[in-house]
Design a protein around this ligand. Structure first.
Ligand SMILES: Cc1cc2nc3c(=O)[nH]c(=O)nc-3n(C[C@H](O)[C@H](O)[C@H](O)COP(=O)(O)O)c2cc1C
Length: 402
């Protein structure tokens, strides 16, 4: 960041201490580097090469085509004239990652600001503005918004190209039809006419292939467009939901989607050691709720899915020591799939509480070999505006070693 203290942080003294011939890349702030000192260091070989995406007082020289301006910034002109210097006029930020980070950080700042204002009951115009800006932003997380906007533009371009292409195809087809239909072209004695017709037919055939290819590209791009970004959005929005709208039922289709997501989870040795019990019966739900003193919400759910692990490896008959890990991955997938469908769910623990395991086993008649891991009650959230907790703690991340 450029502050009075960081201005010319990289200067003649710094260059003097650096290893000779090093390459300087500045994508941060132009003012951090003393440009005059850099020029000298480049000339005497202290700096081997420089890549400058930013430059001091860049706004006067970047962002517009200034090639016809005679008054030039002398240092910048000299820097640009050197063969070992490249100036990219602030383009380094134009990447998916950088734009997504900018958008995410902006939204996070807005969230933090509005949260602080709400906690301190501040009612300033700025707080209202921040709230309005946050509301105006898409409900998806920022990378999604950026990616989707890009995808939308690309798809629009592809559609326009397809329409133009199809129009051209139709025109050519009509031209051939109108010009050559009256003649019996193939038996026409004029070789020139026959040849022209053949060529036009080849062009038309090639054009048809291009059209098919364009349609294929359009469909394949629209199918994959949102997928990774949507996943991030869903992960960011998931939260434990313990109160459900009693007027709405979760459909069988939605439950199947949840189970498909669960069974998409990775498993050790691909053993897929799981069984799922979907419960809708109110009495059974109440009984399951009674089995966990932190599970009262199960009784209110539209449906609950009980995830059970197979503790025995199928063919070998030996204990499967990964069942809990595999079933946990399946459960998390299910929670995410619930969020993705606008549903609310929460993981309520059964295993490793022996009393809960015994009770759930009895209620659902689960055979000894299978271990109930958890009960996931699902319903439409009573409060759809409930926000996920912010658990991002960069201090928990260690680089290279703990
Ligand atoms: C293994 C496990 C067991 C849990 N058991 C319960 C439970 O019995 N009752 C409950 O209300 N929530 C339970 N939870 C949900 C946690 O309380 C919740 O995930 C945690 O407070 C973080 O909140 P979040 O899910 O909204 O991010 C459990 C979560 C996990 C992963």
């Amino acid at each position: 960041m450029l502050l009075p203290e960081t201005k010319h942080l990289i200067n003649a003294d710094t260059f003097a201490k650096a290893k000779r011939g090093f390459t300087l890349i500045n994508t941060s702030r132009g003012g951090l580097v003393d440009s005059e000192a850099l020029l000298s260091a480049l000339r005497d070989g202290t700096v081997g090469a420089a890549g400058l995406d930013v430059y001091e007082e860049e706004s006067e020289w970047f962002y517009e085509d200034r090639s016809d301006v005679t008054r030039q910034n002398k240092t910048l002109s000299l820097l640009v004239s050197l063969p070992n210097v490249i100036v990219t006029s602030h383009q380094a930020f134009l990447t998916h990652e950088a734009l997504a980070n900018i958008a995410t950080t902006t939204l996070k700042n807005l969230d933090d600001y509005t949260l602080r204002a709400r906690r301190s009951k501040t009612k300033s115009a700025t707080a209202a503005l921040a709230r309005a800006a946050r509301r105006a932003a898409t409900v998806r997380v920022a990378p999604t918004a950026v990616a989707i906007e890009l995808e939308r533009k690309l798809t629009m371009n592809a559609i326009i190209a397809l329409i133009l292409s199809a129009t051209g195809f139709a025109v050519l087809f009509a031209a051939i039809w109108i010009l050559h239909r009256p003649l019996d072209v193939h038996s026409c004695p004029k070789a020139g006419v026959r040849f022209t017709h053949r060529v036009l037919e080849w062009i038309l055939t090639a054009w048809a292939f291009v059209l098919f290819w364009q349609v294929y590209c359009l469909f394949s791009s629209t199918q994959t467009a949102d997928t990774p970004s949507d996943a991030l959005s869903v992960i960011a929005q998931r939260t434990s939901v313990r109160r459900y709208d009693q007027t709405r039922n979760v459909s069988d289709e939605a439950v199947e989607t949840l189970l498909r997501a669960a069974m998409s989870a990775p498993t050790a040795l691909n053993l897929q050691p799981w069984e799922f019990v979907a419960v809708r019966d109110k009495n059974t739900l109440a009984a399951l709720a009674g089995a966990n003193r932190f599970g009262a919400m199960i009784a209110q759910a539209s449906v609950a899915i009980v995830v059970c692990g197979d503790t025995i490896q199928g063919v070998k008959g030996t204990p499967n020591k990964w069942w809990m890990l595999d079933c946990s991955a399946a459960t998390e997938n299910m929670l995410l799939a619930a969020t993705a469908q606008g549903l609310g769910a929460v993981w309520t623990a059964v295993y490793p509480h022996e009393d809960r395991v015994a009770a759930v086993r009895r209620i659902l008649a689960i055979p000894e070999r299978y271990m109930p891991l958890c009960v996931v009650p699902i319903g439409y959230p009573a409060d759809p505006s409930a926000k996920p907790k912010d658990k991002w703690k960069p201090e928990r991340i260690h680089k290279e070693k703990f």
